[in-house]
Design a protein. Structure first.
Length: 299
């Protein structure tokens, strides 16, 4: 599904909210786009600056730090709101975060963050992987997860909800969850090893995959150029195997006990909508990073 129209903050940052979540006045949340900011590393010459939020080799550290302050200001109204990040390693490691973690010189390793401490933002970075935000409406606990295909196979989201239950006493029926923009099944072609990994871990693993036959306009227009000795006389195009990571993580939320009606899929394919999002695959590796953030507003 396509992404909704972004919200535009007073400082120019464009970000996506979750429908219905604005009614929870205690909650900060948002999914960034590439729109807004001062980064020049990934945009065309003469184009407006962009909101790269990752300390990548191609961008200047001070520009990225300024962009992070802009995002914090857009979400919370205060550019100095502490932001806790991770050194993401495609794992199922979930870290309990506090404001002190925002000042760490070296972020902790992991792919999930959770807290019950008000006044800070939990942030995960993506540029195709799936971001998942979770909030407990009763206990006011929040969490953010980064789910690439490896983290999804390792059940990062399901593990994270379990950790919320263990450490904070969260009940699944009190949780709401949002799955943010990531690469869609329309664009995410993978190899057989990914299929094997999912099938080995999930009884529904094969249901997350579909075969896609790519069309080649040159081959369709000039079929005689592609004649071979192979029956029936033409080399086939495709199929390629595509995986739906959004659905995979929705299934994990359900398996963790989150109610179906409490899960929101925000929409947006990072590879299809590269004018709005950074896409590592779509840009052949030369891409900035977006952030998905969640926090508890102080009383």
């Amino acid at each position: 599904m396509p992404a909704p129209a972004p919200r535009v903050a007073a400082n120019g940052v464009q970000w996506l909210g979750v429908p219905g979540w604005s009614r929870m006045g205690w909650l900060w949340h948002g999914f960034s786009t590439r729109k807004g900011g001062a980064s020049r590393a990934y945009c065309a010459e003469g184009a407006a600056g962009e909101l790269n939020l990752g300390f990548t080799a191609s961008d200047r550290r001070e520009v990225v730090a300024a962009n992070r302050r802009l995002l914090a200001e857009a979400i919370t109204g205060d550019a100095t709101t502490p932001m806790v990040t991770l050194r993401q390693v495609h794992s199922n490691l979930v870290v309990r975060a506090a404001a002190l973690d925002a000042g760490r010189g070296q972020p902790r390793r992991g792919d999930g963050l959770m807290t019950d401490e008000p006044g800070l933002l939990l942030a995960v970075q993506t540029a195709d992987c799936i971001p998942v935000l979770v909030a407990d409406r009763k206990r006011r606990v929040v969490a953010a997860f980064h789910a690439g295909w490896r983290g999804t196979v390792k059940r990062i989201v399901e593990t994270g909800v379990g950790r919320m239950r263990l450490e904070f006493g969260c009940r699944p029926e009190d949780l709401v969850a949002a799955i943010g923009p990531g690469i869609g099944a329309c664009c995410y072609a993978v190899g057989d090893e990914v299929l094997s990994s999912f099938e080995s871990q999930f009884v529904y693993g094969r249901e997350l995959f579909r075969e896609v036959y790519d069309s080649d306009p040159v081959r369709l227009k000039y079929p005689m150029l592609f004649l071979t000795q192979r029956a029936p006389g033409h080399s086939p195009i495709g199929p390629s195997l595509h995986v739906d990571l959004t659905e995979a993580n929705r299934r994990q939320l359900l398996d963790a006990g989150v109610k179906a009606e409490a899960i929101r899929v925000v929409g947006g394919c990072t590879s299809c909508q590269r004018e709005l999002f950074f896409s590592h695959r779509g840009a052949q590796g030369f891409a900035g990073r977006m952030m998905s953030v969640i926090g508890i507003r102080p009383q």
